[in-house]
Ligand binder design. Structure first.
Ligand code: NIG
Ligand code: FE
Length: 381
């Protein structure tokens, strides 16, 4: 994970959105092309953000202040705040209003160097509102100049009226929501928040069993709040990724080693919620890969700038700058099933490239923290 190859004084040749050649400048083919001078700058594969909740109705700054005054994320959620608060607001907005807001955030992510986005539903929690969110994501897929993958996260929380009857809500997910999603082709992946106070392992299995039937591949929220079996269920269902992992023991690491499931760390939410950081160093030293994502959302990570995630990963997840770059590009592409076409400067891949500001060394990129070092971005979907 620590290897990043680079060339100095080099060219990249792009044709019809595909990388067709690269190499040292003296080997650059002498053809009629537009030449862009990038002296002292770097060309990196653009970032891939494999975990976002980019469609939402409003920020949750009230909860931010409640947490400053001492309440925990779990306490706020148990009182009907958190995800349920976002769902209440989302019911009142139209599809067009949500689309306009989401488009603004997606463009912000692109300007920060992101050229592929996974976006989840999960702030609807009724059939009507979950479908509304997924339709917004489908529209984003068609208008944005980047690859977007859609994840159905109807199992993000239990609506208040189903607090004491979980099965009734799970039945709605399975019997009402999934058939519409299949009919309108509204999702690529299925996600469940399998954690303490949210979905149990048994509840998660029921939902995954049904979602797999309509062709959705699992990506799981797991082990954010405790050692609750999220990793084991993700691996059992051959999930593309299991995300969060602030809590992870030897048993979970062994389980991941016997799988193709990508562990994903989300240091933005550790930072914002002041919870432990995923022990990426321990995970990598055990021989596993890891990916990084923003988890952009109004409750636990209101940031879509992956440059800042890069800095956090180095400072608090114990990753080297080059490990973190791989985690934000090729491994993140793997976590959203697009590593054949995205995540590296490779001949034949789609030309998703960014030009950075001038740096002497790659280590400087996360060192200058909180800035957007993207000077220009080229995208291809
Ligand atoms: O990944 N952990 C679950 N879901 C989101 C947070 C959602 C929210 O608080 O709105 C996350 O952190
Ligand atoms: Fe999340």
């Amino acid at each position: 994970m620590d290897a990043v190859e680079s060339l100095q004084n080099a060219f990249v040749l792009v044709q019809d959105g595909i990388i067709v050649n690269y190499g040292e400048m003296n080997k650059c083919p002498n053809i009629d092309i537009e030449i862009i001078d990038l002296k002292d700058k770097w060309v990196l594969p653009a970032f891939v953000d494999s975990h976002t909740h980019l469609v939402f109705a409003a920020p949750r700054h009230n909860e931010y202040v409640m947490r400053i005054k001492g309440k925990t994320y779990a306490e706020i959620a148990a009182e009907g705040g958190g995800i349920l608060n976002s769902a209440k607001k989302l019911h009142t907005l139209s599809e067009d209003q949500l689309f306009d807001m989401a488009l603004k955030y997606a463009n912000q992510a692109i300007l920060n160097g992101t050229a592929a986005l996974e976006i989840k539903s999960g702030y609807g929690l009724t059939t009507e509102s979950e479908i509304k969110m997924l339709r917004v994501i489908k529209r984003l897929k068609s208008v944005l100049p980047i690859t977007v993958k859609s994840t159905f996260l109807g199992a993000h929380a239990f609506p208040i009226e189903f607090k004491n009857n979980h099965q009734a809500y799970i039945d709605i997910i399975i019997n009402e929501m999934l058939p519409i999603i299949a009919k309108e082709d509204l999702a690529d992946f299925i996600d469940v928040f399998c954690d303490e106070g949210f979905y149990s392992v048994e509840e998660t299995k029921q939902i995954l069993d049904a979602a797999i039937q309509i062709g959705l591949k699992p990506k799981i929220h797991g082990n954010e709040l405790g050692l609750t079996g999220g990793v084991q269920v993700a691996v059992e269902f051959n999930a593309l990724s299991v995300d969060h992992l602030e809590h992870i023991g030897d048993e979970e690491i062994d389980c991941l080693k016997r799988s193709k499931t990508m562990p994903v760390a989300l240091p933005g939410s550790s930072f914002f919620l002041k919870i432990p950081y995923t022990p990426a160093r321990k995970i990598i030293d055990s021989g596993l890969p890891i990916a990084l994502a923003s988890d952009f959302n109004p409750g636990s990570s209101p940031n879509c700038n992956l440059w800042f995630i890069w800095s956090l990963a180095c400072l608090y997840n114990g990753m080297t700058p080059t490990e973190a770059l791989n985690a934000l590009t090729i491994n993140a592409a793997n976590a959203m099933g697009i590593s054949d076409t995205h995540g590296s400067v490779t001949i034949g891949k789609k030309a998703n490239l960014m030009v950075t500001k001038a740096f002497e060394h790659i280590n400087e990129m996360p060192y200058w923290f909180t800035q957007n070092h993207t000077e220009r971005i080229f995208t291809s979907k």
